[in-house]
Design a binder for this molecule. Structure first.
Ligand SMILES: [Zn+2]
Length: 315
């Protein structure tokens, strides 16, 4: 943290970060319009350092200071109380085949350990693109609302977990395992209903599942939502209020049980073993127009992410 040699004047400036970091790596790239309040002396320090693509804008929209091509570097200067940039890890983890899995979050994963974030995932099954679309469209809403400074629940989004299955349009991952049967839940079973439900050679044998398990145990989300497609429904355990929100918004029936056994599923691991509520959204897998997905769930998602009262609680 930076210390000023003399007491700073009680004046603050809003700063708009157009971009921070190296665009080639895709890391810490911010959308236009993230406002952070810092003391004016800190703002002056920023302008003196040089760097890339940050523009300072005064509280009333006037440009306070720019350097070169609106260029500044922020490393180490961001004050503790500043709004944090959106985290983007283009290579959060890699699959066994070496394919990167991407992760976005409202702040650093370290910081989120105290924040009870909501974890949203798509593409658990690679042949269910509707779920990837819903996760991606929800992410767009989350990013723009986080950047604009609106107070919403802290969040983590993995737009597509099963990237190898998604590329091949298969339910299973690159090793032929159904990721939603591979969680190290107490009810994990080596028996498969059919080949496409293969639970893997052992519980949590798959790196995609290991990655989610590690994340869940580390940040202890207040809620997990994973987006699939099948017969349209919303199946939730541990948070009826949130299940009802998504059910109401979409018009899809809400329930606590999908109607058949799912040993080794995220619901078993998350809720039944760790008391983290889990909602599984099943979009209609016969859907033709994917542009209709986000409008259908938008209302429920916004209610969930704007409700700060449930953090740290389960219902
Ligand atoms: Zn699925």
């Amino acid at each position: 943290m930076m210390r000023m040699s003399s007491a700073p004047a009680p004046f603050t400036a809003s700063i708009t970060f157009l971009m921070i970091g190296d665009p080639a790596t895709g890391c810490r790239t911010l959308g236009k319009g993230l406002f952070i309040r810092v003391p004016l002396p800190a703002a002056r320090m920023i302008t003196e350092r040089g760097g890339d693509s940050v523009l300072l804008i005064g509280t009333h929209g006037t440009v306070l200071s720019t350097r070169g091509q609106d260029s500044l570097t922020l490393n180490g200067i961001m004050p503790n109380d500043a709004q944090r940039p959106i985290l983007h890890l283009p290579i959060w983890k890699k699959t066994t085949l070496g394919t990167p899995i991407e992760l976005f979050a409202s702040s650093s994963l370290e910081h989120l350990r105290q924040e009870k974030p909501i974890l949203l995932m798509g593409g658990v099954h690679g042949d269910e693109p509707e779920g990837v679309r819903l996760a991606t469209d929800t992410l767009s809403w989350l990013k723009s609302n986080t950047s604009s400074g609106k107070t919403i629940c802290p969040w983590i989004v993995i737009p597509c977990l099963n990237v190898d299955g998604f590329a091949k349009k298969t339910r299973v991952n690159g090793r032929g395992v159904d990721l939603n049967r591979n969680y190290p839940a107490k009810d994990w079973s080596s028996e498969a209903r059919a080949e496409r439900y293969s639970p893997g050679p052992s519980a949590a044998s798959e790196v995609e599942v290991q990655a989610v398990v590690e994340l869940v145990e580390s940040v202890k989300p207040r809620l997990i939502i994973h987006c699939h497609s099948w017969k349209p429904c919303v199946v939730g355990v541990g948070s009826k209020i949130d299940t009802d929100r998504l059910s109401r918004s979409s018009g899809y029936a809400g329930s606590e049980d999908i109607g058949y056994p799912t040993p080794g599923s995220l619901s078993s691991f998350g809720w039944f073993d760790h008391k983290v509520p889990v909602i599984c959204i099943e979009e209609d897998d016969t859907l033709k127009d994917y542009d209709t997905i986000w409008p259908r769930f938008r209302g429920g998602m916004i209610e969930i992410f704007e409700d700060l009262s449930l953090r740290g609680q389960t219902r």
